[in-house]
Design a protein around this ligand. Structure first.
Ligand SMILES: *Cc1c(COP(=O)(O)O)cnc(C)c1O
Length: 367
């Protein structure tokens, strides 16, 4: 937190706006649009809720298919199941670690030939890095399939000087505690289409018709963001660029100290944009390094340094085992060899140094 969040929260208390509605919610949406270039925004209780609303807004129903990046967190795909639809997972490429545009285009063409196009595509921007949006959006437009961008991990990133999440029909962001800025929990749904965003607000507040009594013609959700948390969000928006700079600095420090180790490769930064380096990720070539990712992870754990494997692809998850996957070898390889280092915005030089020394020790002890 910076200093502004508490002032906004106090204001919510003083004015007694302790509700999932209020001036901070409105201002948070407006300021979020100003910062990202999004046209319209609805503040909601989580990124997952925003994805669920997006699918509802696009009419995804039982039996429909939704194409979805496989290398991501389960929250990307869970709402597909909430809607009774079926995910079809699409592999990544090595350039950005995100959805492979060629693979998506081929998959859409194949589905078009059998007259069974998906109802939507969910594209993830992983670890602070944008996917290659233009060819993906072009393929979606060619087949008239709406694009949902899951930019939960990519606030502060750029794609050709624009914000990932603002290109597709609907974009979503997360303010969970682990994200680059946080409201403790929260999310945002954005779209160029004001009617979609108005409908998102309606569905997020129990789908209450405009009538003096309580009248409902549709099933709604309780998905709106609290005015107190929106106050935190307003303060956090003011420090987003500082947070991005801090995360990128972590990455630089790690890369300078560890990048020379044989078999270690840091996550590339694709040339179409800026990565926030939300997490510093690297891959290990066990043949060249002399030990695999798990060995490093376990060695660091003995020194109380927590690192994590890269996301386990969704097509490998037991809960999604029954669904189709188009490709998957790249995501599997990144999972097998990928490691995320401690990456908090508040890491001190001393703490970074401790991780680096421990990592160097792992290498030394092998040789
Ligand atoms: C965090 C995250 C979500 C979910 O956001 P919540 O606010 O935690 O519900 C969705 N997708 C990705 C890629 C995420 O990292």
């Amino acid at each position: 937190m910076s200093e502004r969040e508490l002032e906004f929260v106090k204001e919510a208390f003083v004015t007694n706006w302790i509700a999932p509605v209020g001036p901070h919610v409105d201002a948070f949406e407006k300021e979020f649009c100003q910062l990202t270039g999004a046209h319209h925004a609805a503040a909601v209780s989580s990124g997952t809720a925003a994805i669920h609303l997006a699918l509802r807004l696009l009419g995804v129903e039982t039996g429909d298919e939704v194409f979805c990046s496989t290398l991501t967190f389960a929250a990307t795909a869970n709402p597909i199941i909430y809607q009774g639809a079926k995910p079809v997972f699409i592999d990544s490429d090595y350039t950005s670690w995100n959805m492979n545009p060629d693979l998506l285009r081929e998959a859409l063409a194949a589905r078009a030939r059998i007259g069974k196009l998906p109802k939507a595509v969910i594209l993830v921007h992983l670890y602070g890095q944008s996917a290659d949006i233009e060819p993906i959006l072009a393929a979606c437009n060619e087949y008239n399939v709406p694009l949902i961008e899951d930019a939960a991990e990519a606030l502060g990133a750029t794609y050709k000087n624009q914000t990932p999440g603002t290109f597709g029909h609907i974009g979503i962001y997360s303010f969970n505690g682990n994200k680059i800025i946080t409201t403790s929990g929260g999310g945002m749904l954005v779209s160029e289409n004001p009617e979609l965003v108005a409908k998102a607000r309606f569905l997020a507040t129990q789908a209450r018709d405009s009538a003096p009594h309580y009248q409902h013609s549709e099933i709604g959700f309780n998905y709106r963001l609290s005015n107190v948390l929106a106050g935190i969000g307003r303060g956090q928006l003011q420090v987003l660029s500082e947070r991005v700079a801090a995360r990128r600095r972590n990455f630089e420090v790690y890369q300078q100290a560890l990048g020379h180790l044989p078999g270690i490769e840091f996550m590339p930064e694709a040339d179409f944009g800026t990565c926030t380096r939300w997490l510093t990720c690297l891959t290990v070539d066990p043949q060249i390094f002399g030990a695999d990712r798990e060995h490093i992870r376990l060695q660091l754990a003995t020194k109380h340094i927590e690192t994590r494997p890269v996301w386990k692809p969704l097509h490998l998850q037991p809960v999604f085992a029954e669904y189709e996957s188009i490709g998957g070898a790249v995501a599997e390889d990144l999972f097998a060899r990928g490691l995320c280092l401690p990456s908090g915005s508040n890491l001190t030089d001393e703490e970074l140094g401790r991780v680096i020394d421990a990592f160097l020790d792992v290498y030394k002890n092998l040789h």
